[in-house]
Design a binder for this molecule. Sequence first.
Ligand SMILES: [Zn+2]
Length: 268
Amino acid sequence: MPIQGHCALCGTFGNLCESHVRLPKFVFKRLRTPTAANPNPVHLSAMGVVQSSAQDTQPLLCSVCENDRFSMLGEKWVAHACLQDNNVTFPLVQSFINAGVARHDIMEGVSAFYAARVADIRHECIEYFAASMVWRGQFLIGNQYSLGPYDQQFRNYLLQKSQFPKDVSIHLFLRYRSNLTQLSHGVRRTRHDLTTIYDFAIPGLSFWVVVGKDRQDWAKQCCFHENGFRPIMELEQTDSLMHEQLVAVTAKAAANGRRSRLFSPTGQ
Ligand SMILES: [Zn+2]
């Protein structure tokens, strides 16, 4: 029996969908290895390393918000564009190659592909998806963050009542050069100078959503929404930063005295 209640986005009362609040459903599907003895994705946290089928869903949205908004306006296109199951096919990268678009240096040590030069890149879907991820992350039990004064702007945008939220930048990073390309994680919040950064990762792509009136110029220059060229950055350090975070997490887990319960994909 579906649970009834008020939709967290539009407020309509009725049946609620089991909405994915940590990572979208397509990411979980992509991280599974159906032929393995244990097909479930590996979860890393300071509590240990486990394989689990848990997907962190909650009765959150009505079917209109779940399907006609979150899925149709963002997720569906992003699922098609990001790194695919075979760990090789990457339609977003391929679209740059097909269009003959080269990388540009936009800052020292940072290069980017300009998505505005490729007609079939649906930038509005990328923006909607990023905003929906940050907004829904507020409802993940244990995440304990709130968009505070920005919540209403996000909500109105997601309901298609207003433009993309003011004072918000989106940074998009391609990852396709290492064995960490499939690494995915839900939204984390960190404070950085006068701004708040919400970051998450799906196969082949990492997102930073930078929120605050006092964002520095670099944040706007690299922003997929504010820079008319719509840069998608290729930062070689992205994977090494993620590797450092992985090492730190596993070290913390070991310090907590938790035994790693990681099983190999072959079950051995
Ligand atoms: Zn709704």
